[in-house]
Design a protein around this ligand. Sequence first.
Ligand code: PEP
Ligand code: MN
Length: 450
Amino acid sequence: MSVGVLPGVGLESLDAYRAKVALQQPTWPDAGALAAATDELAAAAPLVVPAAADRARERLAAAARGEAFLLQGGDCAESFAEAGALRIRNKVRTILQMAVVLTYGASMPVVKMGRMAGQYAKPRSSDSETRDGVTLPAYRGDMVNAHAFTPESRIPDPARLVQAYRISGATVNVVQALAEGGFADLRRVHEWNQGFMRNPAYARYESTAAEIDRAIRFMAACGADFEALQTVEFFVAHEALLLDYERALSRIDPRTGAAYDTSAHFLWIGERTRQLDGAHVEFLSRVANPIGVKLGPTTQPEDAIALLDRLNPAGVPGRLTFVARMGAGKVRDALPPLVDAVRADGRPVVWVTDPMHGNTITSESGYKTRRFADVLDEVSGFFEVHRSLGTVPGGLHVELTGDDVTEVLGGSEEIDDAGLARRYETLVDPRLNHQQSLELAFRVVEMLRR
Ligand code: PEP
Ligand code: MN
């Protein structure tokens, strides 16, 4: 492996990022409390082990070759209050249900990955928020401050780093138990999908659902080992935004001497913090996990290649994922030059579409929302671009929840502007609800067939 710090170099070499500009960091009010929190994290057990991060990298290498498809999904911002078993279960269930549909549609293994167990820090477009003439510091995620609009709750508190770690540990534990304990049994996930199809709103997907049903009966008739299909591999991922947290959870892999960020299997750099000479790129260039970078519509081909040079100079398969979030109106123009440049370069990259972040609007009633139709259109554009260039569409990155919220407009159950108020719960960006997520999976199957 030629990514990460060299064997024997030690964790200190990760500190090179400290000499660079780190955008979107909180101003912690108390250096002593910060040091106490990061010392505690530095001595704590890892949330994931390096060998599991290596497995994620191998799966991603397959996605880059067109032999697997990546599904990344979860909240825009997780919250401490909603880290209970039921919410986790609903999210995992939604991802598993989508994965069965996509596995059938793509005829490929689906790599399942939650935006979970660490998605607690958010970049914000403004440092402050004003409501009714009152201005307070912006909410930066539960890892930093609290969402309630009061002066006390918006003060960054380093103790939240430790709380995020503990809650993430409990989340990983539940996620792995669900993935390994029969909850993920193919027959059971299939039954859930049949339950979804009982709603007449989804009649359009009946033939695909019937085909999946026939495929599963065929497998059974052939004597497929369903016992072996009771467990799945499930990875966790989040935006590596708060470098105090990521650095404190980094460890040397005793097998090889390489450094890993053990806060998650996969980490990504956001659109706002991907400066080539910035602290985030510097930090993640030195850990051996598979990593991603979000690419917005202003990205130039030379930016993509420079990121490749910084983050995967040796072209290690599965090491680097580019998550394009262009917007439905831009993806068909903005994405081809980037894909083309990377193809010409030759080093492998997993191309993933995030059809959420380029399609955020404010509804007439004042909610931050997205149109389901725009989400579909961007995914469709992503597939069209890859089809026309002969390159590999490697995956899908979505903000979703397993619950019945009303945050994204449209879908066959037609959430309209007035309907958003019914159950709008997100702390930051609007998420597809359970039904919209499944519907997206069925639509992707239709796109794969075009
Ligand atoms: C996000 O994934 O929630 C996010 C902030 O995305 P981006 O960096 O693409 O804006
Ligand atoms: Mn978001």
